[in-house]
Design a protein around this ligand. Structure first.
Ligand SMILES: [Zn+2]
Length: 65
């Protein structure tokens, strides 16, 4: 069990959209604040960023081979 209360949910499911800047301001604000105090979600955020960075290195020709 975690110490999180109902009003402080983890944000793993929002991280992809957050990284892609696809969230509304009212959603991204709480995500940013959560990342500042939750090591687990911050680590997940870094993983998402790294994964997207790797994807950005691929080009279409590589994917089609
Ligand atoms: Zn969290």
């Amino acid at each position: 069990m975690t110490a999180d209360r109902g009003d402080d949910p983890h944000v793993h499911l929002l991280l992809g959209a957050y990284v892609l800047d696809a969230l509304e301001a009212e959603e991204s604000g709480p995500v940013a604040r959560h990342l500042q105090r939750c090591g687990a979600c911050a680590a997940s955020y870094v993983e998402v960023v790294e994964a997207l960075s790797l994807l950005a290195l691929l080009n279409v020709d590589d994917l089609l081979e």
